[in-house]
Design a protein around this ligand. Structure first.
Ligand code: FMN
Length: 200
C-alpha cells in the first residue's frame, strides 16, 4: 500500500528539505520503498546523504505548502536520534530511515529504506473528507506543469465542495494555496500560447 507522508532530508550543505512522498509500505513499517522522481530534491539529497525521516501526519496545510516548494515560515523540528536528520514537531508518528539500495534506471527512482528509529508525538485526527480532498488536490497541483489543466480545474471544483463542507480553517487555507497554484499555471500557459517563443 501507499502511505502518503512527508519526508525530511538534508542537502549536502545541511539545508532541511520537506516534501510529501508516498512510499510503498507494509504492515509493521520496518522497511519501505520510496519512489522519488530523479528531479526531486528529496532524491538528490538521499543520493548524497542516504538518511531521512518519514512523517505520518494529518497536517494537510504543511503537506500542501511542501508540495509547492520550500515551507515558510520554517516548522519547529528536533534532531532525529538514529540518523542525521530532523523530525517535524507537529506530526503524529515518524520513522527515521536509512536508504539501503537505490535503483535509478527509471525516471522515478526506487529507494529501499530500513527504519532505524520511530516515535509517536500525538494522535491522528481521523478520517476527514476535506483533508483527503486536500491530499488529492496537492497531488494534482504537483502535476500542473505537465498535465492538461482544464480537467484538473474541474477536479478542483469537485474537491472544493468537500473542503468547504467538511474542513476547517487549515484545510481551506491549504486548498486556496493549491488552487492559486493551478490558476497561476493556467495563466502562464495561456500567456505562452499568446506569445509563442517567449519564455512563459
Ligand atoms: C501526497 C503526495 C505524495 C507524493 N508522492 C510523491 C512520490 O512518491 N514521489 C515523488 O517524486 N513525488 C511525490 N509527490 C510530489 C512531490 O511532493 C513534489 O514534486 C515536491 O515538489 C517534491 O519536493 P522536493 O523536490 O523538495 O523533493 C507527492 C506529492 C503529494 C502531495
Amino acid at each position: 500500500m501507499i502511505l502518503e507522508g512527508i519526508v525530511t532530508t538534508l542537502s549536502p550543505t545541511g539545508i532541511l528539505n520537506i516534501a510529501p512522498m508516498g512510499p510503498e509500505v507494509e504492515t509493521g513499517l520496518e522497511r519501505f520503498v520510496l519512489r522519488p522522481f530523479r528531479t526531486a530534491q528529496t532524491y538528490q539529497n538521499l543520493k548524497a546523504h542516504p538518511e531521512g525521516v518519514l512523517h505520518v501526519t494529518d497536517d494537510v496545510l504543511l503537506l500542501a505548502q511542501a508540495a509547492l516548494g520550500p515551507v515558510e515560515p520554517p516548522r519547529p523540528c528536533f534532531p532525529a536520534s538514529h540518523v542525521q536528520g530532523w523530525v517535524l514537531r507537529d506530526t503524529c508518528r515518524y520513522y527515521e530511515f536509512r536508504v539501503t539500495s537505490v535503483d535509478d534506471q527509471q525516471e522515478r527512482a526506487r529507494m529501499e529504506a530500513r527504519v532505524v528509529g520511530t516515535g509517536r508525538l500525538r494522535d491522528f485526527f481521523g478520517f476527514n473528507r476535506a483533508k483527503h480532498a486536500v491530499v488529492e488536490a496537492a497531488i494534482l497541483a504537483t502535476r500542473a506543469g505537465f498535465l492538461p489543466l482544464e480537467p484538473m480545474r474541474a477536479q478542483f471544483r469537485e474537491l472544493e465542495v468537500l473542503v468547504n463542507k467538511t474542513g476547517g480553517e487549515a484545510e481551506r487555507a491549504a486548498f486556496a494555496l493549491l488552487n492559486a497554484h493551478i490558476e497561476r499555471a493556467a495563466q502562464e500557459r495561456s500567456r505562452a500560447r499568446e506569445q509563442p517563443g517567449q519564455p512563459p
